[in-house]
Design a protein around this ligand. Structure first.
Ligand code: 23J
Ligand code: MN
Length: 259
């Protein structure tokens, strides 16, 4: 008899389950969100060499790094937003680790983003995806595939103009649908944040942050390689760093996909 875990371990070693890296490389050029100037700003990623096989450490190489919690490919915890601030299990150190492994539904709207940088995913789009691929199961991630990750390390990633960033995201109705009607675990996107670049100016600002975190749901942003995932069937591994009362953290997001 082989147990599920023995079968899984064999599938990994034999390559029948492939591990796909959904994270960008953290580096000084990694784009971070710019908020309007009246607000505090997040720090970019910085690497400071401690020693490199030299007089500072003849046999060892290591660095100090610094960055904001919401830098590069990262995890948004519920306590990040005012609506989620009181969840005792809503910070990076208090979220149940059981929640860091979950299936993913991938909605591909990259063709429509080519025509409209401010494309907003609607509930109708989600329902059209369900008609084709089945109902989004409770506890699943919903990932919005836009092709935006190819812009990483270019000005087109933040895509800032006079009126702020221009990047795709969910329409204001989608987070409510996903949290209340589908009980997903979270929403993930390729741009710098889970909300669209212009979401600060919506009638209800930052609806994804507001509603997902208000329902103890998570976010993933600056995801890469979503084009390598099937619409259903992938499993994500998403543990943030265990920062005490952390609101999020850079995350090495992995996807398991059956070959
Ligand atoms: C703070 C304020 C607004 C936003 C964000 C952070 C993020 O995008 C984030 O990384 O959570 S929109
Ligand atoms: Mn964030």
């Amino acid at each position: 008899m082989t147990t599920i875990l023995q079968q899984f371990a064999q599938a990994i070693t034999q390559g029948n389950v492939e591990v796909i890296d959904l994270s960008h490389t953290l580096q000084a050029r990694t784009s971070v969100i710019n908020l309007p100037p009246q607000y505090g700003q997040t720090a970019p990623f910085r690497l400071e060499e401690i020693s490199n096989f030299d007089q500072r450490g003849p046999n060892w190489y290591w660095n100090n790094f610094s960055c904001g919690e919401h830098t590069g490919t990262h995890f948004d915890a519920p306590v990040h937003w005012i609506t989620g601030k009181d969840y005792p299990d809503g910070a990076t150190d208090t979220i149940s680790v059981q929640k860091f492994i979950a299936p993913a539904c991938v909605i591909d709207v990259s063709d429509r983003v080519k025509e409209n940088e401010d494309f907003l995913l609607t509930v109708a789009d989600v329902e059209a995806w369900e008609a084709k691929h089945g109902r989004i199961p409770a506890g699943a991630w919903v990932l919005m595939r836009t092709g935006w990750s190819t812009r990483a390390l270019t000005d087109g990633f933040l895509n800032e103009r006079e009126d702020g960033g221009h990047s795709p995201g969910p329409h204001a109705d989608v987070p409510e649908f996903l949290a209340m009607e589908r009980d997903v675990i979270g929403f993930g996107t390729e741009p710098v944040g889970t909300d669209a670049g212009q979401a600060y100016a919506f009638a209800k600002p930052f609806p994804c942050h507001h509603t997902m975190h208000g329902n103890n749901k998570f976010g993933l942003s600056s995801l890469a390689n979503l084009d390598r995932l099937p619409p259903t069937g992938a499993v994500l591994i998403t543990p943030p760093l265990k920062i005490k009362r952390g609101s999020g953290s850079p995350c090495r997001v992995l996807a398991l996909v059956e070959r």
